[in-house]
Design a protein around this ligand. Structure first.
Ligand code: HEM
Length: 153
């Protein structure tokens, strides 16, 4: 009898416990039931190309950083490298062939504010392209991890 009572008590406790929080499935896994790479969640090669176009257009329209990007002489090359960078960094099938972040930004004296503005512009592009919240957090973590190789180097 006491065994039955214990079992019933366990069921009662289990029922009373709210599982919704620990069982919360990230948004991207609801959309893509299998595990997906960040590369897939950014829309693959086409999605990343659209993102890079929008990121550069946003920089060129932003008074806080536009002069930095207006100076670029070979924009097609920088866009190609940016696509490669995003592809490699998000687990996609392409190898980045450009310089490291330290070498690429050395001597530019990029400020903390400019770094933040560039990150904000990237978020404008991510939002415009309907990228989900979890993937945006993944991108933010990658960008933040690079700050010491970019700011005032
Ligand atoms: C937030 C993280 C950033 C990432 C991931 C990033 C990524 C890159 C990449 C992949 C390149 C091409 C490298 C190469 O030429 O081999 C590049 C170049 C460049 N970046 Fe960044 N960047 C970041 C932040 C910034 C900031 C904050 C600025 C200035 C406000 C900036 C200004 C530039 C400029 C002007 C170039 C082109 C240099 C040239 O003409 O060769 N970047 N960046």
């Amino acid at each position: 009898m006491s065994m039955v009572c214990n079992t019933l008590a366990c069921f009662a406790i289990a029922d009373a416990f709210d599982h919704s929080e620990i069982n919360e499935v990230p948004q991207y896994q609801k959309e893509f039931p299998m595990t997906t790479t960040l590369y897939q969640r950014l829309g693959g090669a086409d999605g990343i190309a659209r993102l890079v176009d929008d990121i550069i257009a946003t920089h060129l329209a932003n008074p806080l950083v536009k002069t930095r990007f207006e100076k670029i002489t070979d924009m097609a090359h920088i866009k190609k490298l940016s696509c490669e960078f995003l592809t490699t960094g998000s687990g996609g099938p392409q190898t980045y062939t450009g310089q490291g972040m330290l070498a690429a930004h050395k001597g530019m004296n990029i400020s903390e504010q400019e770094f933040l503005v560039v990150v904000d512009d990237i978020f404008v592009a991510l939002n415009k392209n309907g990228i989900d919240e979890d993937s945006k957090k993944d991108v933010l973590a990658i960008l933040y991890s690079l700050k010491d190789q970019i700011i005032r180097v």
